[in-house]
Every structure is written in C-alpha cells, then in structure tokens.
Design a protein around this ligand. Structure first.
Ligand code: ACO
Ligand code: ZN
Length: 171
C-alpha cells in the first residue's frame, strides 16, 4: 500500500490501532453495535454522524478486523458542569468493544482519542448517558474523570434509567 493511502492511526494500545471511521467501516460498526448493545440506530443515523462529525467517530482494529468503535457528536447547549452556562460539548453517543477484546485498554483508548478530537473541535466538556446498571462502563468513565450530573428516569425503551455523566475537557 502506498504510504499516503495508509489509514491514519491516531492511537495504539498493544496491537490494536485506533483510527478514524470511514464509510466502508460503517457496516462493521453496525454489526458490533448489534452484537454488544440493546440500543440500535438506523443505518442512516451512523452515516449521518460520520458525515457531520468524522473527527470524533473512531474505530479500533486488529489484524484488519474492526473490534470496537466510538461515535460522538459535537453540540452546543446547556453545560452539564456550570450552572446556567452554555458550552460546546462532545456527546459520546455510543461506544462498544467486542466481548473477546475487552479488558485490554481499547475502550479507554477510544475514549481518550475521542476526547482529544473533541478538544481539537474546541469542545470544553464531554457528556454521555449510560444505563444505571452498566457498572463496567460507569467505572471506565469514572476513571476518565466523568462524574454523574443527573439521572434520567425511564430513559431507555425497556424502562431503565440513565445516568448522565460529564467531564471537563482540555485542562
Ligand atoms: N490490560 C488489561 N486490562 C486492562 C488494560 C490492559 N492494558 N487496560 C485497562 N484494563 C482494564 C481496566 O482496568 C478495566 O477494568 P475494570 O473495569 O474491571 O476495573 C477494564 O479493563 C475495561 O477497560 P478497557 O479495557 O479500557 O475497556 P474495554 O475495551 O473493555 O471497553 C466497554 C469498555 C466499551 C464499556 C465495553 O465493556 C463494552 O463494549 N461494553 C458493552 C457496550 C457498552 O456497555 N457500552 C457503553 C454504553 S454507554 C455509551 O455508549 C455512552
Ligand atoms: Zn446520548
């Protein structure tokens, strides 16, 4: 492969490479989502986010196979950290790693790399929603500095509540 055609790796952890998602990757991302999460989206939703926010839509790859992704949006609205303030926010819409590749730092690296990309897009905070029973994900977010900012009752279709977690970015 010509070096200029090589896909730009933004981070590595072990033999895993983190790079930007491309259109050809979206079907594999959708498969990972179907396998790992109860929250699914239309194909259109993924392509739309990729078209609008390509910098913060990242995938993790090993030996040419996609095994994880993080998909984010940059939004402007009420801060989750300052009372009554407005902020540019990086919203982690969805993150997942295939079960057999968990516990190796891929999820952490996907989050770090997406946060770096949010900072490059001048976001000053990041937030996400997570099921109140998703202890593994909540622990990961806490290690990255996210703290719970509110709770949304019956946020998910099955009636479960979400924690909204947020962190400051860039300092
Ligand atoms: N070697 C071994 N273990 C490690 C390493 C390493 N190099 N690095 C980190 N770990 C440990 C961490 O300490 C952590 O352990 P602990 O949680 O038991 O204390 C654990 O591995 C997980 O950290 P990572 O490996 O960085 O994360 P992982 O790649 O396993 O991905 C994720 C975490 C994405 C939450 C995964 O569990 C997953 O896909 N879950 C299902 C989907 C899901 O729930 N997604 C989040 C929904 S909420 C949302 O999308 C906004
Ligand atoms: Zn969300």
């Amino acid at each position: 492969m010509r070096p200029d055609l090589q896909k730009a790796v933004v981070a590595r952890v072990g033999d895993y490479e983190i790079r930007r998602c491309e259109r050809e990757d979206v079907q594999a991302v959708i498969s990972i989502n179907m396998e790992t999460l109860p929250e699914h989206y239309s194909d259109y939703f993924y392509y739309e986010i990729l078209a609008e926010f390509p910098e913060t839509f990242l995938v993790a790859e090993i030996d040419g196979a996609l095994i994880g992704y993080v998909m984010c949006r940059i939004e402007y609205g009420f801060s989750h950290l300052k009372r009554l303030g407005l902020a540019r926010k990086g919203h982690v819409v969805s993150i997942a790693v295939k079960p057999e590749h968990r516990g190796k730092g891929v999820g952490t690296m996907l989050m770090h790399a997406s946060q770096d990309a949010m900072v490059a897009k001048t976001a000053t905070e990041s937030y996400l929603e997570v099921r109140v029973t998703n202890a593994e994900a909540i622990a990961l977010y806490q290690r990255l500095g996210y703290a719970s900012s509110s709770r949304l009752e019956a946020y998910y279709k099955d009636g479960e509540a979400a924690l909204v977690m947020a962190t400051r970015l860039g300092q």
